[in-house]
Design a protein around this ligand. Structure first.
Ligand SMILES: Cc1ncc(COP(=O)(O)O)c(C=O)c1O
Length: 372
């Protein structure tokens, strides 16, 4: 029987050589490769600063620290997200306030944000679901009106554009990317925070390594042994091996995106007028991180495809359904009608560069056979 994984990272001899070089250098933690990756990344997205950390979760945490989030503050996030977006808010004993989503895109419904704003609201974290940017212009208008910070959860959105500009260089305070195993560019585990604000960059840079005043490479490469602890930081740095992977993946990022776009086009053509899918708004480009269909028999379809060797997934179980969050914050399911509806129907199909035409046809054939 065929076996099609839900995701497989595209790697070649280039990645193997890059990591081997990093190991041979004799410096296995954060050092020159991390700096090189940060430089290449910021040049690519066009931001002033880019700071590499060991996950998007870490980037989001340090971004909230940089903007000065405090106990009892509130942060508005979509309910349709991975737990990381909410979890980082709880690190500060602040409250994640959940917002319902748009049916067409599964992104935060900007029209519902204002009704959630209180005197305690400090920030909004939009999540670019599946790689499609949220309605950022409307978001910035609201943020300006109420003096809120905007931290983008761009875990899915590399590369993605909004009104012609790459995510990572919009008007947000900080943008956070993920290089987790299933993401569009992977370093195994990893993340990047981009910003055009020097103070935020400095804060994230210092706090990714215990709040130490200078980085470890500087201390061991002739910069002197002395250092000071200037903040209460975290151990969130990445390594030169991860950065070496990132550098080789960044070179093929657009090629990988084009491959996913071609697969999405094939799914679109095959499912036209038969199966519902996400709507991509015409002033933005998605990274095609996810290809989500909506069907009335989602659970059955998941099992049928699994029996046929096709791996699929569900993005996401809404935050208000999770026991810990439901109990702690008293979220009420009836406040999120669109997210509830979308959650029941959604299934994410495989979409990655290593899928071949035969795999794609096999997936299409079985989806059309079993979807209702
Ligand atoms: C929307 C979203 N935000 C944040 C994260 C966290 O990313 P990381 O695993 O790099 O911490 C993920 C990971 O799946 C995600 O999907």
């Amino acid at each position: 029987m065929k076996k099609i994984l839900f995701h497989k990272t595209h790697t070649t001899q280039e990645e193997l050589d890059a990591v081997a070089d990093a190991i041979r250098s004799g410096w296995l933690t954060m050092g020159p490769k991390v700096m090189e990756f940060e430089e290449s990344f910021k040049n690519y997205v066009g931001s002033q600063e880019a700071v590499m950390v060991n996950s998007a979760t870490a980037a989001l945490h340090l971004a909230l620290k940089a903007i000065g989030l405090k106990e009892e503050d509130e942060v508005i996030i979509p309910t349709n997200t991975f737990v990381a977006t909410a979890e980082v808010v709880t690190y500060f004993n602040a409250t994640p306030v959940l917002c319902d989503i748009e049916y067409e895109t599964h992104n935060i419904d900007v029209e519902k944000i204002e009704s959630l704003i209180t005197e305690k609201t400090k920030a909004i974290i939009p999540v670019h679901f599946g790689g499609q940017p949220c309605d950022m212009e409307e978001m910035y208008t609201i943020a300006k009106k109420y003096n809120l910070k905007v931290i983008e959860d761009a875990a899915h959105a590399l590369p993605a554009t909004y009104k012609g500009a790459l995510v990572g260089n919009l008007e947000s305070d900080v943008t956070c990317f993920s290089f987790y195993a299933t993401k569009t560019l992977s370093t195994g585990e990893g993340g990047m925070a981009t910003t055009n604000n020097d103070d935020y960059a400095k804060s994230i840079n210092t706090n990714r390594l215990h709040g130490i005043s200078k980085d470890v490479w500087d201390r061991y490469s002739g910069g002197g042994w002395e250092y000071d602890i200037v903040d209460n930081g975290n151990k969130y740095n990445s390594t030169d091996m991860n950065a070496a992977l990132g550098l080789s993946q960044l070179k093929k990022l657009e090629w990988m995106r084009d491959k996913r776009a071609t697969i999405a086009q094939k799914y679109d053509n095959a499912f036209k007028d038969k199966i519902e899918k996400l709507v991509i708004k015409n002033d933005r480009e998605t990274s095609y991180h996810l290809y989500v269909i909506k069907v009335s028999n989602r659970d059955k379809l998941y099992v049928k495809l699994k029996e046929k060797g096709i791996g699929t997934s569900v993005h996401f179980i809404p935050m208000h359904n999770h026991t810990y969050y439901k109990n702690k914050y008293n979220y009420k399911a009836e406040d999120y009608p669109v997210a509830n509806d979308v959650f029941k129907k959604s299934l994410s199909l495989p979409i990655y560069p290593d899928l071949n035409d035969e795999d794609i046809e096999y997936i299409i054939e079985h989806v059309l056979l079993y979807a209702k």
